[in-house]
Design a protein around this ligand. Sequence first.
Ligand code: ADE
Length: 232
Amino acid sequence: MKRLGIIGAMDEEVHILKGMMQDVSVETIASMEFNKGLFHGKEIVVVRSGIGKVNAAICTQILVDRYHVDAVVNTGVAGSLRNEIDIADIVLSTDAQQHDMDATGFGYDLGIIPRMERSVFEADRALLELAQSVCAEVIPEVGVHTGRVISGDQFISDGKKKEELVSNFDAYCTEMEGAAIAQTAYLNNLPFLIIRAISDKADHSAEMTYSEFEEIAIKNTVKLLSEFIKRI
Ligand code: ADE
């Protein structure tokens, strides 16, 4: 791997990684700050895409076209869709799908993109296995789950909507960017992985305040990413 793109959702996380890089050059494209540099001798580009699928897809395509990255990793937070997945746990993606792609009126199942040969985009096996072993070593106290990530331009904070997602998709967590990054990666034949820390239960039952949680999430993801990048 020559160059890794990292799309981080949290400002602080991107800031910490940037502070650990050498020879950083910064370029703003499409209102997004791309930080290119070296991390333990590895070339990386760290960027915060902003929220939602459009931002995420644009950001990924820029990483492909302008930075020629060989793979992309997306980190951030997500809402849990399973009882056994707790706040502060981590979900690593097997694959990703858009839950708000709705052409049902046209005869397609929910989540299916008309006229595309696939709508579920598979994460890179080698990146996934590397993340699994790094998690086990550097954050053994954290619950780590591997499964489907679903994304939509919706913050899910309603029990009824959550139940719909649970019954329509066999997913582990929901967020707002991963499937767009996955689809863009697929279209460009680029390996990808989504790494998400659980910030809430997608139904307003989160027991930890967001600011309390954010600190833990950033600490864990930075720890995980540092070792992950070293070994890539
Ligand atoms: N990101 C973190 N929690 C989320 C939720 N409940 N819905 C969508 N995106 C999220």
